[in-house]
Design a protein around this ligand. Structure first.
Ligand code: ZN
Length: 330
């Protein structure tokens, strides 16, 4: 982790009781605003001593359930109702959220491939660095609300990684079950470095990532799951009063990269299954049609594993290398 000073600033006092709604001021010098900045919204709600939970939406733009659930929470929750501290970043990568796209239009960076960030980097790297250095150290748990965005449609789930430390694994598993999404997924990542997840986990803290729908829309069902999940988490950490009802979630896992299927060609993807369907190894998942070449037989994509379809391609058109399906096993 870098110890270099961040140029990002805020007037939020993280130790002060009450509700504060303000911004992270991220310097962004450009042609039409030499001394300008991107103002990333940040909210703290604190009442006395207790656990600190960080809620994040808009890590990627184009994923709408998280930001909307968190905006509603900000509007409705009063400091007197809670015990402890809530920090809310409803639109972490604000430029991407405003553009309705996964990566920032300013620097073309994916926030969730940019952690731990850089103190002298681009806007996305500056935000990641500020969160890593100035917010994560005093958080006990981080809940990062995603969806499939434009390119994927996902069966709403909340997920955690396989964690080597037994105590951290147990604490994270308890939070995952408390969130109580329809599916609780335990998984490995196959995407390389730069995830917020790893930075939080390396600090020994609890990290959950919810994936709530996708295909470029805001699903009312997934939004409800996000709102209820956040509520459950706040009760679990005793920030809100009440008792967590026994989980009804279905625990599943993605243990190997073979559970993902990719297109090897370009064309229109015809999925043979809807989300939640059971698929057996060797069964065709879908096929890709070559619209400009009617004489060509469609390319069939076969399941490498047996499992439940938890992710499918959003848009009909695919290119070589696109993920078209993800399976998970019980
Ligand atoms: Zn995302």
């Amino acid at each position: 982790m870098s110890t270099k000073q961040s140029p990002v600033s805020t007037d939020i006092d993280f130790d002060k009781d009450g509700k504060q709604i303000s911004f992270l001021r991220v310097p962004y010098s450009r042609n039409n605003s030499a001394w300008g900045a991107v103002l990333v919204p940040i909210v703290t709600i604190k009442n006395g001593e207790g656990v600190t939970v960080l809620l994040i939406g808009g890590n990627h733009g184009g994923e709408y359930e998280g930001p909307v659930a968190l905006m509603k929470l900000i509007q409705n929750i009063r400091a007197e109702q809670i015990q402890g501290r809530l920090i809310i970043l409803p639109a972490l990568n604000l430029p991407a959220v405003q553009a309705g796209q996964r990566v920032s239009p300013i620097d073309n960076l994916d926030m969730n491939r940019s952690f731990p960030g850089k103190h002298n980097g681009t806007v996305t790297q500056l935000i990641a660095h500020y969160v890593t250095e100035n917010i994560l150290p005093f958080c006990d748990a981080v809940i990062d609300l995603h969806s499939g965005g434009y390119s994927l449609d996902l069966l709403p789930y909340c997920s955690m990684h396989y964690l080597p430390d037994a105590e951290q694994r147990e604490r994270t598993m308890a939070a995952l079950q408390a969130f109580n999404a329809p599916v609780s997924l335990i998984m490995r990542e196959f995407t390389g470095e730069g995830l917020l997840d790893y930075v939080v986990e390396d600090m020994g803290k609890i990290f959950l990532c919810a994936e709530l729908g996708g295909a470029g829309r805001l699903s009312p069902t997934a939004l409800k799951i996000a709102e209820q999940g956040v509520q459950n988490i706040l009760v679990h950490f005793k920030i809100l009063p009440g008792t967590v009802s026994s989980p009804t979630t279905r625990v599943m896992e993605i243990p190997e990269p073979e559970y993902y299927s990719y297109s090897m060609t370009s064309g229109i993807y015809e999925a043979f299954f809807t989300l939640g369907a059971k698929v057996t190894e060797g069964q065709p998942l879908g096929q890709i049609h070559y619209v400009a070449e009617p004489h060509r037989t469609p390319e069939v994509i076969v399941a490498n594993k047996s499992g439940v379809l938890i992710g499918t391609r959003g848009p009909g058109f695919v290119e070589a290398g696109d993920c078209v399906a993800a399976l998970a096993c019980e």
